[in-house]
Design a protein around this ligand. Structure first.
Ligand code: NAD
Length: 295
């Protein structure tokens, strides 16, 4: 079975490498990242000359690009891989995109006789490197069964959440929880410091209790170090929360907390912090108070 992989960024590059290491025949393309292509080819992948070239050679095509316009471009644009995919091929879109767009893309592929799963991930670069990502998947159960072994080589948790789009709905739920959790942590740490308690003590005292979380363990040390190297960029989280707004509008679901955190992230973006890790939500509170969180 031949696997195509389009999009070798922070996430796609280690994911493609793990498929090569697992013994799959992998053909890659990323016209904007030739160095990443070279790196994946160095571990045993083949370089496609273009997206269409990749499409013409593979049974399963994985896409890992920023947002829905990029997925549409990679599949249906001038150099769209879907144009050369054979009937019965499967597109496995691992990008985090609007679930409404996933359904549109799936309908377009269906007209071409091509199957699709939406399979976004949680875990970030370290888990992409370790092959321990969490996949949340939407699509037909029989197509999921055909792709499960491949997903298992890149992740330690692979859950079929429902029909097409369900993977990205679940990913939006994940992104709401992470965003609000980070904002809450930043708000709490700033209050604690202003009220005279050392942030390190607050973290040590509460991390083992009900407020403790994976987010707290990962982001509190970054905040205290003023280390906002991404990780997951504010700009990508803005993209996800904008997708939450669209998805919520479609089903009339209230999202007051998401809207608040989205506003904070937009202010940070306007101030030039869009490429910082999302733990830089702390900077919003630092700007308001003139106080810098310390250890
Ligand atoms: P990235 O910007 O590092 O990489 C995206 C890659 O896609 C780039 O190398 C770009 O050149 C390529 N690309 C874009 N359009 C293309 C096209 N038409 N043809 C070929 N290549 C194309 O992004 P990333 O951090 O790897 O994230 C990818 C997706 O995974 C996003 O949807 C993101 O929200 C999601 N995600 C990221 C993380 C994280 O921690 N970085 C975690 C979970 C999920």
């Amino acid at each position: 079975m031949k696997i195509g992989f389009i999009g070798l960024g922070i996430m796609g590059k280690p994911m493609a490498k793990n498929l090569v290491k697992a013994g799959y025949d992998v053909i890659v393309a990323d016209k904007f990242a030739p160095k990443a292509v070279e790196e994946v080819v160095a571990v045993g992948a083949k370089a496609g000359a273009s997206n269409m070239d990749v499409g013409s050679q593979v049974d399963i095509l994985i896409t890992m690009v920023p947002n829905s316009p990029n997925v549409k471009e990679a599949l249906f644009g001038e150099d769209g891989a879907a144009k050369t995919l054979k009937k019965g091929a499967i597109v496995l879109d691992c990008s985090s995109i609007n679930p409404i767009a996933s359904r549109e893309i799936c309908a377009e592929l269906d007209k071409m006789g091509i199957e699709m799963l939406d399979a976004p991930v949680s875990g970030g670069e370290p888990k992409a490197i370790d092959g321990t990502l969490a996949f949340m998947v939407g699509g037909k159960p029989e197509i999921f069964d055909k792709c499960k072994d491949i997903l298992d080589k890149m992740g330690s948790s692979v859950v079929l959440c429902g029909s097409i789009g369900a993977g990205n709905v679940t990913k939006l739920c994940n992104q709401i929880c992470v965003a609000i959790n980070i904002a809450g942590l930043a708000e709490a740490m700033m209050l604690g410091q202003l009220a005279g308690v050392e942030p390190e003590k607050i973290f040590d005292a509460i991390k083992g209790g009900l407020a403790g979380s994976t987010v707290m363990n990962a982001k509190a040390p970054m905040m205290m170090d003023q280390n906002f190297k991404p990780g997951f960029r504010i700009d990508l989280h803005i993209k996800d929360l904008n997708n939450v707004v669209d998805a919520a509008k479609a089903v009339d679901s209230p999202i007051p907390l998401t809207q608040s955190v989205l506003e904070m992230m937009k202010i940070l973006h306007r101030d030039g912090d869009g490429s910082c890790d999302h733990s830089a939500l702390l900077k919003y509170y630092q700007k308001l108070t003139g106080e810098v969180l310390h250890h």
